[in-house]
Write a protein that binds this ligand. Structure first.
Ligand code: FAD
Ligand code: NAD
Length: 396
């Protein structure tokens, strides 16, 4: 047929918003839309630190994609993307090949290991439902193992590498979880050590210094031991080696030291910086007017020339504009420039605590924690309306 084929890769924040918007804006038989994702569920990456630590369930962290899109309008393909072939406009999946007229790449990023030896072998990362299930089980198992051989006190040492937003949010949940695990496994809480190691001179580099200080105070009170201005140099089966020469013995290293673009992007032949593609104002890859790249794989600069950090917030906004621009392209209309509207930042610090900057103001403590819940609930409402809010929302 002559109906244009639109293929969306990835059903994360960017991909779901694009699919939903396309579904709304396209007329009957105006285009064929296919959404490819390796799981049949959409997960809330921004919530993964909780199931990773065991402070919330997996079921609060994901939703079947079929509940979010109209399968009469969008073909859902559950498969792994293996290759993007720009030359003949095809995408190779693990079990077939799709051709496209318009491609939207929304595959999300990957952990950046900066070539640090041992990280990919011995550290775990917070990236997906599967990766956080591993972390949660691993942590709990260390308590059980310790009870079988109490000479192995290193099993009660937990290292979080990186004190960016992911590291801080995770270490806060972990600190909240430890007392429960200690009780369940009859372990003296004083034997447990939770370390958060950060290479930069401050935790949450670039964030408001007053809020950083507040966040660290909250976490220190919960029992977190910070090592700030110290880089992890190597990860081994026995723990981590720091740039100072110090070794932390530990059976558990969770790496949150940064993310990079998906390897498929580089492999496709795009010019990248840490795996991300500098896209044009309309969200297209340079030189490929039919290829849009959004979310963690895209690189965009603010008016001052600094790159926007990869966030769910920007991925969602890009998804909306991307859908509008694909529709405009099909209709031969003018494309719209993407303009990021910053709604602020909220970082959770565990139960009842958070820090936030929004509406030009700073928030901390209980108020900020309520803001975090509002952001989560607003997202559920955006993609799934009230039913999803009632099903997955946390109100307490
Ligand atoms: P993703 O949401 O990562 O989605 C990518 C999708 O593609 C996934 O569904 C994945 O399964 C699929 N996929 C990947 N590879 C393949 C393949 N080869 N084949 C098929 N499917 C594939 N941002 C905020 O704005 N606010 C926050 O509070 C916040 N909190 C965070 C907390 C944590 C713990 C983490 C790790 C990140 C947080 N972020 C937050 C960042 C945010 O999650 C990401 O920027 C966002 O998820 C990027 O969206 P995306 O659409 O690019 O990719
Ligand atoms: P990040 O890149 O923001 O932070 C990684 C941290 O690890 C940095 O502070 C870095 O200095 C540190 N680091 C790097 N190498 C190290 C080493 N060898 N040893 C010790 N520390 C090292 O990554 P992230 O925290 O995963 O965040 C990724 C993106 O997701 C960011 O854009 C962030 O804004 C976003 N995010 C937002 C939220 C939120 O809004 N609440 C939460 C999580 C993530």
């Amino acid at each position: 047929s002559t109906i244009p084929k639109i293929v969306i890769l990835g059903a994360g924040y960017g991909g779901i918003l694009t699919a939903q918007r396309l579904q709304k804006e396209l007329n009957y038989n105006e285009a064929d839309v296919t959404l490819v994702n390796r799981h049949d569920y959409h997960y809330f990456t921004t919530h993964l630190h909780m199931p990773a630590a065991g402070t919330d369930s997996i079921e609060h962290t994901r939703v079947p994609i079929s509940k979010l899109i109209d399968e009469f309008k969008i073909d859902l393909v559950k498969s792994n993307v293996q290759e993007i072939r720009l030359s003949d406009k095809k995408v190779v999946l693990q079990d077939g090949t799709l051709s496209y007229d318009y491609l939207i790449i929304a595959l999300g990023g990957e952990p950046e290991s900066f070539g640090i030896p041992g990280l990919s072998e011995y550290a775990m990362t917070i990236r997906s439902i599967n990766s956080v299930r591993l972390i949660r089980q691993h942590i709990e198992y260390q308590f059980a193992l310790f009870k079988a051989d109490e000479s192995r006190t290193d099993r009660l040492n937990f290292v979080v590498g990186g004190a960016g937003f992911s590291g801080i949010e995770f270490v806060a949940e972990l600190a909240d979880r430890i007392p429960y695990l200690c009780k369940e496994y009859d372990v003296d809480p004083n034997m447990v050590n939770v370390y958060n190691v950060e290479a930069a001179p401050s935790a949450l580099p670039g964030f408001d210094p007053e809020l950083v200080e507040y966040a660290m105070d909250v976490l220190v009170k919960k029992g977190v031991q910070f090592k700030i201005g110290v880089a992890i140099k190597e990860c081994t089966p026995d723990g981590v080696l720091l740039a100072t020469g110090e070794e932390i013995k530990s059976a558990t290293v969770v790496w949150t030291g940064g993310i990079r673009g998906n390897r498929l992007i580089e492999a496709a032949g795009f010019e990248t910086a840490r795996g991300r593609v500098k896209i044009d104002d309309f969200l297209r890859a340079p030189g490929h007017d039919h290829v849009f790249i959004i979310g963690d794989n895209s690189l965009m600069f603010n008016p001052e020339g600094r790159p926007y950090p990869p966030t769910a917030q920007i991925a969602m906004q890009q998804g909306v504009t991307c859908a509008q621009n694909v529709v405009a392209s099909i209709r031969g209309k003018e494309l719209k420039k993407f303009v990021f509207s910053n709604k602020g930042t909220v970082a959770s610090l565990g139960k009842g605590e958070a820090v936030a900057t929004a509406f030009g103001k700073k928030y901390k403590g209980w108020v900020a924690a309520q803001l975090k819940k509002m952001v989560d609930i607003r997202y559920l409402f955006t993609i799934g309306g009230i039913p999803l809010v009632l099903k997955k929302g946390r109100f307490l």
